[in-house]
Design a protein around this ligand. Structure first.
Ligand code: NAD
Ligand code: UDP
Ligand code: UDP
Length: 330
């Protein structure tokens, strides 16, 4: 087996890094970056929405370890840094078992904070723009407290992420744990799940297959999409910085969902019609990050234009579709 060539780091620069949820979409791209930099990576994942295939190119590498473990259970290992990403992220996935989503983000985060405290590791928590709920402020800056329905269908995710942020700052204040909180906005790219029900994957799959593209509600609601490598660069920059308050990581390039459907349809030149489906309950109507904090404190901003990122994502979905057709035949 041959591996991508990793940078050589001497002992004092090489870090032991735990990535929870590292077999998922974002986590696996983060693992690629950290491995190439020459660090020692432990991926911990229960494979609920992640899969081995996302990290299989590293399996067997001397700097890489894969643990099949649920973050709701305690974990005793020695590490220098923790990127805590374990949690389902797409609405259909996190609504599939709301209690498990709550446990993963609350008990799971307590466990990772307890680990960080014991081994004096730095810990970055993957929070979300969902902490702003259906925002009454636009664009959203980190000072905005949000507008979340605590008992709605999205609450298992939104409120669990909110209390997880609270836990991070309680451990910082009471136990001196070195915390980072990234509020991640909608992210897309290769290794997204084909069937995770998110808008980017749905629209690309529908357009590729020439079936109707489903716009929920009027399509006037907006989202701002960032490409996954931009996010990964932002997470690594935030971890490396001295800035410890919540930091939005997202691309302010905002689009109406209906317009986004048209962009993808035109790119693929397909025959899909765009159809309206009933609106989703508690669907945030507008979302766009204010990234002043990230620019100022971690010197980061997104670089990949939507067209470039979407084309790469389309390529990935094309090859995944070929792959699944091939395995159906065999
Ligand atoms: P994903 O579903 O692809 O990855 C999540 C990973 O966590 C999967 O590999 C899954 O198997 C693992 N996992 C879930 N529950 C676990 C548990 N109890 N124990 C161990 N592992 C568990 O999602 P993603 O898009 O890569 O998201 C990663 C993180 O980023 C999540 O915390 C998510 O909330 C956050 N986030 C993502 C987005 C986005 O647009 N992708 C936006 C905001 C926040
Ligand atoms: N924990 C863990 N790994 C460690 C240390 C702690 O998983 O290396 C978990 C353990 O389940 C613990 C939780 O983190 O309950 C919180 O740890 P903390 O030290 O804050 O609390 P306590 O041990 O007193 O419950
Ligand atoms: N959406 C849509 N059609 C789909 C999937 C999603 O119109 O097939 C809409 C959804 O209602 C929301 C936006 O696209 O307004 C983004 O949804 P997604 O589930 O991707 O992420 P969210 O930002 O809501 O977590």
């Amino acid at each position: 087996k041959t591996y991508p060539e990793v940078n050589f780091l001497n002992y004092k620069d090489r870090k032991k890094i735990l990535v929870t949820g590292g077999a998922g979409f974002v986590g696996s791209h983060l693992v690629d970056k950290l491995m190439l930099q020459g660090h020692e990576i432990t991926v911990m994942d229960n494979f609920f929405t992640g899969r081995k295939r996302n990290v299989e190119h590293w399996i067997g590498h001397e700097n890489f370890e894969l643990l099949n473990h649920d973050v709701v259970e305690p974990l005793y290992i020695e590490v220098d840094e923790i990127y805590h990403l374990a949690s389902p992220a797409s609405p259909p996935h996190y609504m599939f078992n709301p209690i498990k989503t709550i446990k993963t983000n609350t008990i799971g985060t307590i466990n990772m904070l307890g680990l960080a405290k014991r081994v004096k590791a730095k810990i970055l928590f993957a929070s979300t723009s969902e902490v702003y709920g259906d925002p009454e402020k636009h664009p959203q800056d980190e000072g905005y407290w949000g507008h979340v329905n605590p008992i709605g269908p999205r609450a298992c995710y939104d409120e669990a992420k909110r209390v997880a942020e609270t836990m991070c700052y309680a451990y910082q204040k009471q136990e001196n744990v070195d915390v980072r909180v990234a509020r991640i906005f909608n992210t897309y790219g290769p290794r997204m799940h084909m069937n995770d029900g998110r808008v980017v994957s749905n629209f690309i799959l529908q357009a590729l297959q020439g079936i109707p593209m489903t716009v929920y509600g009027s399509g006037e609601q907006t989202r701002s999409f960032q490409y996954v490598t931009d996010l990964v660069d932002g997470l690594v920059a935030l971890m490396a910085s001295n800035y410890t308050k919540p930091t939005n990581i997202g691309n302010p390039d905002e689009h109406r969902i209906i317009e986004f459907a048209t962009i993808i349809k035109n790119l693929l030149g397909g025959s899909s019609e765009i159809v309206n489906k009933p609106p989703v309950e508690d669907d945030p109507q507008k979302r766009k990050p204010d990234i002043t904090t990230a620019k100022k404190h971690i010197h980061w901003q997104p670089k990949v234009p939507l067209m470039v990122g979407i084309n790469k994502t389309i390529e990935y979905f094309r090859s995944e579709l070929r792959r699944s057709k091939h395995s159906e035949r065999n």
